[in-house]
Design a protein around this ligand. Structure first.
Ligand code: HEM
Ligand SMILES: *[C@@H]1O[C@H](CO)[C@@H](O)[C@H](O)[C@H]1NC(C)=O
Ligand SMILES: *[C@@H]1O[C@H](CO)[C@@H](O)[C@H](O)[C@H]1NC(C)=O
Length: 317
């Protein structure tokens, strides 16, 4: 018996995974349905919540691990940092937490609520679900300066790759998870530099299809409203599908970091595999996306007696 427990512990350590599917099976059996209904009603009344929650989980995991540090209020918390300024859906996590504190007080972490909400957002927009390993604990620190580990829209491909490998995620994970851009929007301010005078060339970014340029230029006029929002997956922005990759192949990526995935042979290979290009071993985007989300969801997680279970998601106990 003891050696079995020891073996299980060693396997857990070796896999680096303290999370597991069904963690709350006895302590809070309704956790999944409570989060799911909170996400469903929020997305039904405001579809922009789905991409908001999916992106929020990514921004949580890449900064001090998936520990709900993104949710903390305060004058210099992660939330206040530039890359997080457009995040949306915080109120959905709070609503789910309030219900969970009634159903099973001080049991479910905010980090796990966010992990479930990200999955439910994908399902709600037509994607395939996956089982979410749970058991994360909530973190005790949240500092705006730590968000430097987040990939930026203008990071060169080598930096994008290394920011993912720094988190134990490989090139396939980078390409699969960037597929999250199959839903949602970006502000003109974050890519209009590509449209008019890219790199001081007095010309647009050559990695945008010239036939697509007028579309983007109309949406984001030179010197216009930088807060205007544009679909990341032109033609299919509300639907979680693999059309984002077809847009990349057609030089219709909106962010520079999207176009970069096609412009480098190491990442282009995975774009093609998600498109099912003949001669390459095909990969099913929806299936691989779930697998990569599970891997991202285990980044630097706190489990066991680390961290805490917050009573409210916006503040440390
Ligand atoms: C590869 C590096 C990535 C970069 C540089 C990047 C950058 C960005 C930027 C600049 C935006 C627009 C933000 C705005 O204007 O509000 C955005 C939107 C978004 N990102 Fe990413 N992203 C990356 C990877 C990811 C990953 C891994 C996910 C999730 C798994 C994700 C999910 C999203 C979603 C869903 C949106 C739309 C947000 C909305 O509509 O509110 N991104 N991303
Ligand atoms: C843009 O400029 C940077 C720095 O000068 C350079 O490294 C990069 O290759 C340029 N990109 C293109 C597509 O011209
Ligand atoms: C990357 O972009 C540059 C500039 O448009 C182009 O010359 C080069 O062929 C591209 N590389 C790939 C692998 O697509």
């Amino acid at each position: 018996m003891f050696s079995l427990i020891l073996l299980a512990t060693l396997v857990n350590l070796a896999l680096g995974q303290g999370t597991r599917v069904g963690f709350y099976q006895t302590s809070c059996p309704r956790v999944e349905s409570i989060v799911q209904s909170a996400v469903r009603s929020a997305v039904d009344s405001n579809p922009t919540i789905a991409p908001g929650l999916l992106r929020m989980f990514f921004h949580d995991c890449f900064v001090n691990g998936c520990d709900a540090s993104i949710l903390i209020d305060g004058s210099s918390s992660e939330k206040t940092a530039g890359p997080n300024s457009f995040l949306r859906g915080f109120e959905v996590i709070d609503a789910a937490k309030t219900q969970l504190e009634t159903a099973c007080p001080e049991v479910v972490s905010c980090a796990d609520i966010l992990a479930l909400a990200a999955r439910d957002s994908v399902v709600q927009t037509g994607g395939t679900g996956w089982s979410v390993p749970l058991g994360r604990r909530d973190g005790l620190v949240s500092r705006a300066a730590d968000t430097a580990s987040l990939p930026a829209f203008n990071d060169p491909i080598n930096v994008l790759i290394s920011k993912f490998t720094d988190k134990g995620l490989n090139i396939q994970d980078l390409v699969a998870l960037s597929g999250a851009h199959t839903i949602g929007t970006a502000a003109c301010a974050l890519f209009s530099y590509r449209l008019y005078n890219y790199n001081n060339t007095n010309a647009p970014d050559p990695n945008i299809d010239p036939a697509f340029l007028p579309t983007l230029q109309n949406l984001c006029p030179n010197g216009g409203d930088g807060s205007r929002r544009v679909d990341l997956d032109t033609g299919s922005a509300g639907r979680f599908d693999n059309s984002y990759y077809a847009n990349l192949r057609n030089m219709r990526g909106v962010l520079e970091s999207d176009s970069a995935l096609w412009n480098d042979t190491r990442t282009q290979r995975f774009v093609q595999r998600f498109l099912g290009v003949r001669g390459l071993l095909g990969l099913t985007f929806n299936v691989e996306f779930g697998r990569s989300m599970v891997r991202m969801g285990n980044v630097e997680v706190k489990t066991g007696t680390q961290g805490e279970i917050r009573r409210v998601c916006t503040a440390i106990n």
